[in-house]
Unconditional design. Sequence first.
Length: 252
Amino acid sequence: MQPASTWTPDQPIVALRDVHKSFGSFEVLKGIDLEVMKGEVICIIGPSGSGKSTLVRTINGLTPVTSGSVTVEGQEVHDAKLDKLALRRKVGIVFQQYNLFPHRTVLDNIMMAPLLVLREKRDDVEERARALLAKVKLIDKEDAYPAELSGGQQQRVAIARSLCMRPDVMLFDEVTAALDPETVKEVLVTIKELASDGMTCVLVTHEMGFAREISDRVYFTDHGRIVESGPPDAIFECPQDPRTREFLSKVL
């Protein structure tokens, strides 16, 4: 049974309220409050080990919370009655690792979830997959296998694969961290175009220049807490918290 939702587009499409997450005795998230409005681009920055990836994975239910509330379109993500398939359709995620099936072509990788999970018609899915390949500028690679692609190309296929489920929100968890510097730009351009099209995006990133350029708001995390948040110009030009200033002085 799917819990009813009273969500309207003038409310946050994603909301975290006092979210805590512990792994055994180690508390990774310590009372996270975060809101994302429909069409917004949110960037989460901070040092390694500050809880950024754990935070973003609570949004689509991959990481259960210890306490607090996570809602997507007004529905509690960690409600046992929530249809997880419906949630994963609403919230796409792209990881640092591409996780493509090596024995499947690019086109097959993109089409698999809509065909096998959603049971959609092949002709409809194939048309959508080819349109997405054009969008990520890989239309000539549909018959290639992952091993024949660069890291940046594989990551763009992973983005297209997630988009083929037609999500309302896209999560990006350090998607350029494993890439050669020469291929980072092509992936960032793809994400920038998605954002320009109005896709709601939440990004965990170490690319500070990109975060400043693309985001509506930036959240700086440290030791499981949101230390400071605000518009990118405010965060990058005149951060208020000493910890934010210290971090940015080392990475800019």
